[in-house]
Design a protein around this ligand. Sequence first.
Ligand code: ARG
Ligand code: ZN
Length: 847
Amino acid sequence: AAKRREDYLPPDFTVDHIDLKIVLAADATSVSAVLQVTRIGSHERPLCLDGEQLTLKSVEVDGIAWTDYQLSETALTINGVPDSFVLSTVVEIAPAHNTSLEGLYLSDGAFCTQCEAEGFRKITYFLDRPDVLSMYDVTITAPQDEYPQLLSNGNKLASGHNDDGTHWVKWQDPHRKPCYLFALVAGDFDLLTDEFTTQSGRVVALELYVDKGKLNRGQHALDSLKRAMRWDEEVFGLEYDLDVYMIVAVDFFNMGAMENKGLNVFNSKFVLADSETATDDDYFNIESVIAHEYFHNWTGNRVTCRDWFQLSLKEGLTVFRDQIFSETFNSPLATRIKQVKVIREHQFAEDAGPMSHPIRPDEVIEMNNFYTVTVYDKGAEVIRMLWTLLTPEGFKRGMRFYFDRHDGQAVTCDDFVNAMQDANDIDLSLFKRWYGQSGTPRISIAQHGDKLTIGQHTPATADQASKQALLIPLQLEMVPSNGQGESVQLTVALKSETQEVLLPVSSGNRVLSVNSGFSAPVIVEQQASLAELGSILSFAKSDFDRWEASQALFKQAMLANMEGDASVINETAQLMAQFITAEQRNLALLSEVLIPPSVESLVAGLEQVNVDALLNSHKAVYKRVAIECAPMLEKLLAALVLRDEYAYTPEQIVQRKALNTLLKLYSQCQDTSDMLTTLFTNADNMTDTLTALQAAQLGNQSTFESLMQQFEERWQDDPLVLDKWFALHATTERPDILARLQLLMEHKQYTLKNPNRIRAILGSFAFYNTAGLHLSDGSGYRFFTDHLLAIDPVNPQVAARIVTPLLSWRKFDSDRQDKIKFHLTRILDNPQISSDLFEKVSKSLAQ
Ligand code: ARG
Ligand code: ZN
């Protein structure tokens, strides 16, 4: 059943303190909980606790065995309780059988937990909602040999041994927290340690727990953590508040990582790295996820969400914080482009599809379905607009005020904006509409001399029929069309459906670059001419805008080519060739500009898609540009292939990126087999290895096959590395792709119990193999659906995540529409369907 935001009611009771005693065993873990419960307000309602898949052993109220209760599949309701009392329950759970990876489960023999959003109810009966904040004492008992390390939140208070070969550790968390931040880990890990001294002089022990033998892959994560801790002190004045910060890397994890107080649990993919096994992108992602989870300690843990509809309060804000952190320690251009690609390729598609929702959703069936690109990434863009509107100084002032006012509380998105507003003495009521309105605004521009008329409108979405005007900070750059003279930048705060703007300088001989730097998550409708795009590409002050122009050129060429218009493709190829000649020293920009928009991002931007024509056109344009640029590509590649010994430095990262972009492009028009084989054989790092494979994947099947075979021989025992190989195979365009996928899923390293494996094969296929998923006979849909049906009972969260590409079936031709609908109906007809899949598939079919 759906829950609605407007139905929020404060809790009937609160739990001031919880004492947990957990005796771990794979098949029968015992959980005893002693709760200090207080009634809130004057009502006579019973205490209704959440609980799922628990075997109840006993209930006591104030030390007396209690029988006046009702038990259901999802709740324990205790009648006749006083206003303040101690509730003791004992339950039994079976971690070994928990394949959903939510609650307490086993990851490769280690116990770990994932409680956000509503997993704590799979551990004990509790008020599983984020506005109940409690103090925690936790005692863990487990066999000493198998589980030498027993971890939970806060500080270690005491420990000891029992006669039966078990040992125990007692933890106490000095900070009040909601139960979704509870964590427990028990296992036998290698431990990497370090120390950090905060600006006020607190010495914090840093502890990184990884699988045995993986210690030498942990240093980058630890270094990233220290950078993040320092940065948050310097930029926001926020300091860590416990004596120990623990991070545990586990192989079985549904998401990226989790910010449990003092004890983060991470998908090992976002911890482990060395040059041999991790790419530059992996290094980047590790740094950004480590920082993200660390930043949650203030934005999420110290100030948390009142209810789950407010998720963007912590996620949008924390993503924004990790974004500006990453922009400081990495190339700002490459970093911003990554962010914008996520919005264009995934968020715009979500906004246009059946799951469309505002960054603060109004209605939710399964909360796990709302950890979305909208809540996270559009949420971060909304925060970025505040940063722009208030200036960095005003924004930081607002942050300080927010913590002064709300530290230790569970609050709403409105509370956050109000704090920003009150600290800056400004009215943000119009801005708040971003939180409640879904959909992607369209911006139109009409120019009459030096006057602009700017319009905004947001088309109806699946969840909302009518839309209002928003407060949009729109940045513009007036680029000199022939490169003579200075660019002029301006920011316009749009407030109504149409607005007139007088340009600050004459518009003669200038071209407008609209939404410069992607200042707002909108679509600009105005179609610039090829000549205008050429000017922006060559002369804009903002490198980001130059990249934008390149993408618009590629896109126009691809769409025009589909209509059989060859002039655009020729002109685009020439502009690209001129660009590469003029900018041959600017590797950072070259390596971005010469990557065409992906087929998937084009699909996301179109209302109706002719898949076959689009795929062909994409290839034709890419190849045509390659041919036009070939002489320059040869020259640049010759200079790039010779390089120093591997180092993760900004200079080398750019070189490797350029090598990747240029080799892929060059492979479109030349046989590069020898180059790629040499690169693969000599590579001293994973980035270059993957460059060789990716270029071969696009250009040369037999080289691809032989290099892939060598890769598999080398890495077959390292699943994290092998995921790259799985994903490459799964995204290859080939007529027998389904047979290939079938083979991959028979590989000894494949298991449908591990989300990383599923995402590497089926996720990559569904999201990034448009040709394979949409095979015209419908066999791609059938294959994919069969596997979704097998995954759903094992791990519904993962099944619901990868079903996404099927949800926008309306975009495709009517034959494909019928076929996708047929298979979605097959999912919906499954009587065992999870609430996760049900919510998405039923919405999709109803749209
Ligand atoms: N709060 C985590 C993060 O973004 C994500 C955990 C979400 N887990 C889930 N099962 N939905 O850092
Ligand atoms: Zn987060």
